[in-house]
Design a protein around this ligand. Structure first.
Ligand SMILES: [Zn+2]
Length: 93
């Protein structure tokens, strides 16, 4: 696999891989946000890792238990790419 440093090819917001086919998808966690996702991430119903953390903090701050359940479901089912999201990352400071 070769890495081209000066490529303008878009990367998937979730898996950060360069793909030829990316499709805009509205976020299910953050209102008014849209990502460019590859087919794999769309099929896996994934959200960007940072979006899950942001949404989790927001729900906690708002005391939105329903919203928090949805966020925790994403974490439990592993619907993101990258390091495991830890409970402490959702703590609002
Ligand atoms: Zn992807």
């Amino acid at each position: 696999m070769t890495m081209t440093s000066n490529s303008d090819q878009a990367v998937c917001t979730v898996c950060r891989k360069q793909k030829n086919e990316l499709r805009p998808r509205a976020s299910r966690l953050l209102a008014k946000s849209q990502w460019l996702l590859c087919g794999e991430c769309i099929a896996g119903k994934k959200e960007p890792r940072f979006a899950i953390i942001m949404a989790g903090r927001m729900m906690k701050q708002q005391g939105n238990q329903e919203g928090l359940k949805i966020v925790e479901e994403y974490i439990r089912l592993g619907r993101y790419v990258g390091d495991e999201i830890l409970a402490k990352e959702l703590v609002v400071t």
